[in-house]
Unconditional design. Structure first.
Lengths: 374, 198
């Protein structure tokens, strides 16, 4: 009888990879005692496409077409990181106008990604109307992307040397109208989601991150800002046009799921504000949108290494790149925030929490598996 | 004063660095020999304020028979990053683990072990990361040829039986078009000649 008892003390279940409450294709192996999690272990490998190896066999311009696929909700951060690394190695300086347009694209992508997050977070607590609204509002951003770049999801617009096309006629006006629309919608989202009693009851006090771990372990994005640390790559080491723009870093002290949600809500507002400033700045910017770059086969990177990073919608995203004097990239490594959040952080946070909260906690960390297994 | 610029003389006095490359205002690379990397890292963490381990990268310089390991650290103010680099032999040389200092090193070292075959001494569990039951050459080493591996292990699908060879079909269509144009031109010419006769 004693043996039976020990066997039945914990039950092992797999949360994912096929599960509506998981962000992308990964799984968490859970040891449960009743409803409480005793041990959690992250597993990846369901989505390994070998980007880093594929890049090694291709020329710079061929590799460029691959990198945006690393993240579906927000592909432009990868294009910008790739372009910034190549420009740093090859010594290309982009014009003010190209930098301004890139900043605009990145902010549009950030709002799109945060809208998708809002949908995921709301459906993880059972508020099923919010994802439908979010997807509809995100589609308006995608419409603008389609007009600007020709693509809705993958844009391939931020190219080493600048951006690929000039803004279409009347684009900034449409962007300004979209900002008005989104600002109005945010008030409705406050009522239906952020101030919703269901969400508050579920999220407040759940998934609290230990503040002492945050800086040494390299947590970033909303996890960092939700714990009271006022850091954002856009402010700390400004890139593109961010040093000329006026925005605040939203901070909360609680460190729980709700704090991270409120930080994200404020970030959407800040991004709308940034877009409004850019609408005014862009017409006055000067310079060619695209610098002269070498022809495809003659685009060679010197034997140098570099590391670039930026603030994505989920946290700090960095690229390491090494050239070897040939037209191919010797090594490119992608370091997204998810690698650390899904292992070092998620495995700790889940211990002691309830099975029903797993999806909510995962969503609040913004984990994106394609970044983990590049 | 810039953190990295002021770090340079201190670090170069204290340790025998091979190079201190100030790449940008917010990025520098320190190249050291493998035997002192732990000491340099301790100094960076305890005294210079580089408290965050961002990532570990490895570059395969196969022609020089070495791997270059890059440990990228962020300063506590988040205003600059530092790359600490050293080389190891491509085969048979192991590196001490960093899991005792930073928990996130656990997954980064597992990744490098799987992709390059580097052994990290003292790592609690170098289990597979993204690949499953992989017994071939570690895939990110330069000698691993993806195309050869695919040709050896997988078959290309033949496609449907009624599929046509695209190249041959294009050639046939071009020939057809050419013949048609030629016939038309001849017909026109004849017609023209007839008109002239009339």
């Amino acid at each position: 009888m004693q043996t039976n008892k020990t066997i039945n003390e914990t039950i092992k279940i797999f949360h994912g990879p096929q599960h509506p409450g998981i962000t992308g294709n990964m799984s968490v192996e859970l040891d449960l005692a009743g409803e409480t999690i005793q041990r959690a272990k992250t597993h990846v490998g369901y989505l390994h496409r070998g980007f880093e190896k594929l890049v090694e066999r291709r020329t710079v311009i061929q590799a460029f077409t691959i990198v945006c696929r690393i993240c579906v909700p927000e592909p432009d951060i990868n294009e910008q990181n790739f372009a910034a690394a190549v420009e740093d190695l090859a010594g290309i300086e982009i014009s003010e106008r190209a930098a301004a347009i890139r900043t605009m694209v990145l902010e549009m992508a950030r709002i799109g990604a945060l809208m998708l997050w809002m949908g995921g977070q709301a459906s993880s607590v059972g508020l099923d109307i919010v994802p439908q609204w979010c997807i509809a509002d995100r589609d308006l951003i995608l419409d603008l992307f389609e007009e600007l770049t020709g693509g809705r999801v993958y844009h391939m617009y931020i190219f080493p040397g600048g951006v690929r096309r000039e803004l279409p006629e009347g684009f900034l006006e449409k962007l300004s109208n979209l900002c008005d629309h989104l600002e109005k919608r945010m008030e409705r989202y406050d009522k239906i989601f952020f101030e919703n009693a269901t969400f508050q009851k579920r999220a407040i006090g759940v998934g609290i991150v230990d503040k002492n771990e945050v800086i040494p372990n390299g947590y970033s994005g909303q996890v960092l800002r939700g714990c009271g640390f006022k850091h954002d790559v856009r402010k700390d080491t400004p890139y593109l046009l961010y040093d000329r723009l006026d925005f605040e870093i939203p901070v909360r002290n609680e460190g729980d799921v709700y704090a991270r949600a409120l930080v994200r809500r404020e970030e959407i507002r800040q991004s709308i504000g940034l877009l409004r400033q850019l609408v005014l700045i862009i017409p006055d910017t000067t310079g060619e949108i695209m610098q002269k770059i070498p022809k495809h086969r003659k685009f060679k990177l010197p034997k140098k290494e570099t590391w670039v990073k930026l603030e994505s919608g989920r946290g700090e995203m960095g690229y390491y790149m090494a050239g070897d004097g040939s037209e191919k990239i010797r090594r490119m490594q992608v370091r997204g925030p998810s690698l650390i959040h899904a292992y070092a952080l998620l495995e700790r946070l889940l211990v002691g929490s309830e099975l029903a909260d797993v999806a909510m906690i995962m969503n609040s960390l913004g984990i994106c598996p394609p970044e983990i297994e590049r | 004063m810039n953190i990295l610029a002021s770090l340079q003389p201190q670090l170069c006095d204290k340790f025998e660095t091979q190079a201190f490359d100030l790449k940008r205002d917010d990025l520098a690379q320190v190249i050291v020999e493998k035997k002192i990397w732990r000491a340099v890292m301790d100094y960076l963490k305890e005294e210079a304020g580089f408290v965050t381990l961002l990532t570990i990268t490895c570059t395969d310089w196969i022609e020089e028979e070495r791997f270059e390991l890059n440990y990228i650290f962020a300063h506590e103010t988040k205003r600059c990053d530092l790359m600490l680099s050293f080389s190891i032999a491509r085969d048979g040389e192991s590196v001490q683990t960093l899991t005792d200092r930073w928990p996130q090193a656990e997954v980064m070292e597992r990744d490098l072990h799987e992709m390059f075959g580097i052994v990290f001494e003292g790592h609690p569990n170098l289990a597979s990361f993204a690949l499953e039951n992989w017994h071939h050459t570690p895939p990110l080493r330069r000698e691993f040829d993806t195309l050869a591996f695919v040709n050896e292990h997988f078959e290309f699908r033949k496609g449907r039986e009624e599929n046509v060879d695209v190249k041959a079909e294009a050639k046939r269509l071009r020939a057809l078009k050419k013949a048609k144009a030629q016939a038309e031109a001849e017909a026109k010419k004849e017609k023209g000649a007839d008109d002239a006769d009339e």
